[in-house]
Design a protein around this ligand. Structure first.
Ligand code: DON
Length: 574
């Protein structure tokens, strides 16, 4: 009924839904959350207090969001080394207050030119996931250093060299190992022992670093000094680059990355991908990330339904979100990959999305979900579904500066501690290439996200800026592998439809459906939805869902920020 009404008047309905936003947050599923951080001029939200403070210092002194990001990333690479750093890649979405323009920078890792489609196969069969992750084979050419430099070149106001002062001091004087880092080191001790240099740093004398231990990283300080002095050339050539290649080539499972791959690396500017939702535009990173397309599809598929009226405690709200997500993930698995290599159909075509949205009109979970048949500009390709896996690490940075610029950046070395290879320059190397499909074909049909030389592996990272009337109203993103998409979509729905402030929206328990099974967040009220969702036909699975959402809402009366209570992040603003 609701759906029919919306098909007739979608614009009017969207307005009605926006008007229906509850002024107070709903109770029930919504947990008690601390008040959000508020500010007037600027704000930074990041995964570690030391990193957020480094960014805050830059913003307080009049630096731009791009300047602050450089300082935050330099510190994160030290204090949260398992998640992101110079040895990884990142996507950045930028709103420019002076021009009103929105753009994205793609600093994703690339496959070395010597990589072949069967990189992760042995005797024609895919390797075990962690057999592929640990060692040199999984390392893609890092993009984060050049992304930092490029963002500063375009939008920086502060002196480049000074942006590393904080990180250099912390690396030289030492910092206290955080509880989360200590736990992750202990949990991963066996894999971290696979490389001598990595073991010496994280497991000195064979013992995992304890919470509160002072950790010094003189090699990282030296790398940062060179980066501060000579820019990214100091990373992509010379001793740092030689150290990276030697580490990859000398690993127990050697990789194929060369000095030429490093020298040839480029950051790519791409148009932001935007999808309309409730009168706003949800804008983010296009291919090689599947983030903005999949978040955009999920929201487009639920837009015809009155999610605001249902509220977060109604299993029907989660049926709509869950099945919209399954449909979007089916398209993601079939069609999304690095579009510089694989033509893609028009996955946000309004007519196509209306057809897919109509599939949600029933009352029960869809018995079966497959990829749809979106329109093509290119001759339609026959593609097989992809089954590649993604597991925990990654970090999200949200920043708004005093000039009104907004930055949303998700940054990663892929798995926790990446390839477990510590380069001589004092940073971990990514395992991003395992975001490719290990298989090239399925039943003779090619898989879009197969490995190819120079290609960027498909990502789920969803750095997002929500725009309304041409101005940013929300900056958000998260780690979490392919669950990132669900975390970000939920936080947007909780804020826009359910009227929660960003801290409540982040804290709202997660219910994430990617491929059919409904993941419900352990230890939260989401578990109470297991029975009603099972009655609608879902298989449910109660488990930890460790997002790391950082969000800033931007309104006429100031900034409101939130950090994910599931990790160690903070929002700081003035
Ligand atoms: O690019 C991606 O989608 C993944 N490599 C991100 C990995 C991740 O978020 C792990 N999270 N906890």
């Amino acid at each position: 009924m609701i759906f029919a009404l919306c098909l007739l008047a979608p614009a009017a309905f969207a307005q009605q839904a926006a008007d229906a936003v509850a002024p107070e947050a709903a109770t029930g599923l919504a947990p008690e959350a601390p008040a959000p951080v508020t500010a007037q001029d600027w704000m930074v939200a990041a995964a570690n207090p030391l990193a957020a403070e480094a960014g805050a210092r830059v913003l307080r002194e009049g630096g731009s969001a791009a300047d602050a990001m450089v300082a935050v990333q330099a510190v994160l690479g030290l204090v949260e080394p398992q998640s992101s750093g110079l040895g990884g890649g990142a996507f950045l979405v930028w709103y420019d207050a002076a021009t009103g323009a929105l753009t994205t920078l793609d600093g994703r890792e690339t496959a070395p030119m010597a990589a072949t489609p069967t990189l992760f196969q042995v005797d024609g069969e895919p390797m075990g996931f962690f057999d592929a992750v640990v060692g040199g084979l999984s390392v893609g050419t890092p993009g984060t250093p050049l992304l930092m430099e490029e963002a500063h070149r375009r939008w920086g106001r502060a002196n480049w060299g000074g942006l590393f002062d904080e990180a250099i001091s912390l690396a030289e004087d030492g910092f206290a190992v955080s509880p989360r880092l200590a736990t992750l080191i202990a949990d991963d001790a066996e894999r971290l022992s696979s490389s001598e240099a990595t073991a010496a740093y994280f497991l000195p004398g064979g013992t995992p670093l304890a919470e509160g231990a002072t950790l010094v990283n003189a090699a990282y300080a030296e790398t940062l000094r060179a980066f501060a002095r000579d820019g990214s050339d100091a990373f992509y050539s010379g001793p740092v680059a030689e150290g990276i290649v030697a580490t990859i080539r000398g690993a127990a499972q050697p990789g194929v990355l060369t000095l030429d791959d490093l020298a040839a690396y480029d950051v790519v500017e791409r148009p932001a991908v935007c999808a309309p939702y409730r009168g706003a535009e949800i804008c983010g990173m296009g291919p090689p990330s599947s983030g903005a397309l999949t978040v955009g599809q999920i929201l487009a598929l639920i837009e015809p339904y009155d999610i605001a009226a249902l509220g977060p405690d109604d299993p029907q709200a989660w049926r709509l979100i869950g099945d919209a997500s399954r449909l979007a993930f089916a398209d993601r698995g079939r069609y999304m990959a690095d579009s510089d290599f694989v033509p893609m159909p028009r996955l946000l075509d309004p007519g196509y999305l209306a057809e897919r949205a109509a599939l949600l009109a029933g009352d029960d979970a869809l018995p079966e979900v497959t990829a749809g048949t979106p329109p093509w500009d290119h001759a339609a390709l026959e593609l097989a579904d992809d089954t590649s896996l993604e597991l925990p690490s990654t970090s999200h940075i949200s920043i708004v500066d005093s000039a009104g610029n907004a930055l949303s950046m998700t940054t990663t070395i892929e798995n926790g501690f990446g390839s477990r290879l510590l380069a001589p320059g004092g940073f971990l190397l990514n395992n991003e290439l395992t975001d490719f499909s290990f298989r090239t074909h399925s039943d003779g049909v090619p898989i879009a996200n197969r490995v190819e030389p120079g290609k960027r592996p498909r990502s789920s990272m969803s750095p997002t800026i929500v725009m309304r009337d041409g101005a940013p109203v929300m900056v958000v993103g998260s780690p979490g592998g392919s669950r990132i998409i669900g975390y970000v979509a939920k936080t947007i729905v909780a804020h826009l439809d359910w009227g929660m402030d960003v801290q409540q929206a982040i804290a709202l328990p997660h219910l994430v459906n990617r491929f059919g099974t409904y993941d419900l967040e352990e230890g939260t009220a989401a578990a109470a939805l297991a029975e009603p969702l099972a009655a609608l036909g879902y298989e449910t699975n109660i488990r930890g869902l460790t997002s790391g959402l950082h969000a800033i809402a931007i309104a006429a009366d100031g900034l409101t920020g939130g950090a994910d209570p599931r990790r160690e992040g903070v929002a700081i603003g003035e």
